[in-house]
Design a protein around this ligand. Sequence first.
Ligand code: HXC
Length: 519
Amino acid sequence: MTMQEKINELLSLREKARLGGGQDKIDKQHAKGKYSARERLLMFLDEGSFEEFDMFLTHRCVDFGLENDHPLGDGVITGYGTVNGRLVYVYSQDFTVFGGSLSETVAQKINKVQDQAMKVGAPLIGFNDSGGARIQEGVASLAGYSSIFQRNVLASGVVPQISVIFGPCAGGAVYSPALTDFIMMAKNTSYMFVTGPKVVKTVTNEDVTTEDLGGASVHARKSGVAHFAVNTEEEGIALLRELISYLPSNNMEEPPYVPTNDPINRLEDSLNSIIPDNPNLPYDVKNVIGAIVDDGKFLEIQSSFAQNLVIGFARMNGMTIGIVANQPKYLAGVLDINSSRKGGRFIRFCDAFNIPLLTLVDVPGFLPGTGQEYGGLIVHGAKLLYAYAESTVPKVTIILRKDYGGAYCVMSPKTLRGDINYAWPSAEIAVMGGSGAAEILYGSQMKKIENDAERKAFLDAKVEDYREKFANPYVAAKRGFLDDVIEPRNTRFRVIRAFESLKNKRQENPAKKHDNLPM
Ligand code: HXC
């Protein structure tokens, strides 16, 4: 063979590999409203930046007819490229090759990019679209899954890992995404469950559709498994690129700095009147966030799950920060099981990746009731508390209004190593609300008052006493539990200055094998 012939052979093999399971299967994929594995990578990565690995790798199975069918590259496309010029590693399961099922060689390819991402400290993004374990390969495939899980766990907290679900993801296959930092699902074309509708019917006699069991809406709203649910793959890929722009490439780096024209000292007069005079009325904490961050830009995470707590990324003076905020507009901003899990995991992500935390507090306490207690509110609430207490990134807290009871102890107070804690003049900090406190403190005295009207007048007076004493930030400020009481319209520049002052913060936890987070 001449050199030219050899080159032609290479080019034709490449051409063949690029077709995966064949044009007819790619057409089928399109007909379902899905892009092919390769199209997804080309859309996601900067133009011309994709470098592919293992294009010629083939499976080793010699059973069930597979010995005569060896698609080049097998069921996944792997490699690296850039997103806005920054290195990322990728894999994209190819549904056109045996339904994207995971063979021993598919696992080997995924392991390679996992190892490489760890070696050089770059994020790993996986596009999932697969029928699960390759049935013809049996245990070799199952072992492949475990080899991926092991690497997911070792990479956790070292490089950001993001799972995109753009098709089926069932059985044990769901556990790789679950081990990663963020999960994105596409509405109507993706689903995740441990056991599918047929097994559910056999075991529990429930009739449930694929979408109702594990579709994007279910996981974005009910289970909280999905951090993002998108309408189309294009929308998802744009969001993915935006998400990555907030993150450092690994745990040894700071998040990227993005210069802003939004003035640091911008005063936001609207904040002086955002808190209603009646403390029982709600407002939208996202309006507070929008008013103080650079250009009003906020990337919310898990926006449809546990909406009583808002989490997400923004920038202040160009610096990425993670925001955790009680949402008075939803369940009065109460803390419960789901919001505690949501907040705890986010705080731990931020802490692992050097992202400072801004906490905006307006919380009436933890949600009472058997539903919460039987569900383990004690343990789940402890997760949020644990996450704040162990974190060593800069932490700035602003108490906007209510900060009551156990929730005060959890929401990044100074005694959980909050670095700078401010309150607005509207802050109310106490063990509990006025009426609850008066009922407990004066219950026995009230019993002695027989006349209903007199008893009510007595209670109202005590409630008013209690509110007068504690419904302000100055009791806390007098004791040093706050660093200052600030005018709401000054919040942006006070927070920016606070974070600037904490830039060189160094804090270490005691050496240990690992912690024992409440589960
Ligand atoms: C081998 C598979 C496959 C698999 C699909 N295919 N899943 N091949 N192993 N797991 C093949 C099909 O035979 C078919 O081949 C092609 O992929 C496309 O599949 P279709 O069924 O035609 O596609 P569709 O109708 O869209 O249905 C997709 C599907 C269905 C819902 C995913 O294929 C399905 O139910 N597959 C089996 C899922 C499953 O039970 N997997 C094992 C789960 S247990 P042809 O040649 O016809 O194109 C598991 C354990 C993991 O994964 C444990 C980890 C610890």
